[in-house]
Design a protein around this ligand. Sequence first.
Ligand SMILES: [Fe+2]
Ligand SMILES: [Fe+2]
Length: 408
Amino acid sequence: MDLATDFFDDGSSFIAIDPLSINPEALMDFSLFERFPLKNGQYRFRCLLVDSRSIARDRLIELLGAWEIVYIHCNQNLNYAQYVKNNLEFILNHAAIDVKNKTGTLVNLATEVVQESFAANFASPKDCQRVIENIEKLISQAMNFISSIESLKGIADLIGHDYQTHTHSIKVGWLTATFINSNPDLFDVSSDAQLRDIMIQAAAAGFLHDIGKIKIPKSVINKKGKLDNLEYVIMQSHTAYATSLLFETQLPRSSMQTILYHHENEDGSGYPCGFSGDQIPLIAKVTHICDVFDALTSKRPYKEARSPFEALKIMAGENPYLETLQKFEAEVKENTKIPVITIVRDDYEAKLRRLREREMLEEAAEKRVEARIKLRDLGMSHCFDKDLLRRFILTINRSESFNLSRLL
Ligand SMILES: [Fe+2]
Ligand SMILES: [Fe+2]
């Protein structure tokens, strides 16, 4: 689409971009503008470059280094979005682009890809395959960045925001990749390429680990308060649903295992299988740590976000009431067998009586749920492999954005 070379505008038709994000080696089919302020909040936008065909490569490199900021007209947004998709690796690996910009670009693209996977038609094998390929392609382009300690600054900036399933999934995959890259001795690999494959599989699992939630009733997913026991068990089925949805795709088996077991606890009190210790695959254990860390540091309608320090203190803390907590967890499974809602007969007196009984049961159930959650937050060390949790703390503490030395 041909654009005019001069515009007078209040700025709303243009987006600002970092000129360093332009790859001089790639075809650029959008125009770059510079901006001059005028009176009354108006600007003049003057075209600097129509497209990359109209300039020699060396001259383009020179100009990109000289411009501080450039603008793109919104009519060419789609061309630019496609360009960013094709050049993500260039942008994320560019040493001069700051982590904040890289994080913004990555999160925008990754959110799109994760959203697409959550909206996919899993009855269509073609659709599923496309979703998996897009996720693997994006992760592969982003791997150098998301597995670097430098990128943890980007994660730190995202901490404390409202919990959103898509961003949560991205952060879990991202943290898992950084962890693996910083702890290669844990993995039986003989080359960087093998470690990279493991990181891609682990990050893909992170991006998809909660996809089974698309099968959970909206009333449970969107509930503002705490989940009661029945809802809690329904929610637990997201691990099995996810595996079932992905079962016939080309997603590696190791990623599928990670997704299935990402809620297993070290002491056997987790779900879906109640596995403990060595029964739980290593990457599932790492994903579990990243998952809980992100959940605790995100804001929910019913709770404030905890700081990384507070979250890890809870995660590493020995629970003084572990036995009682385990009883509560066991009771969740028991309670779902007994219908809390009693049958109401037509007889009026009996109806009143039974309604009261039901209220009492629900009251008691609610108190038990409260107690279970309160107790759990007193210490979660029984949920994690101690060495892995310590390594996780050491890994993120390598970034200046986290100050966790008091925990070590
Ligand atoms: Fe989950
Ligand atoms: Fe999760």
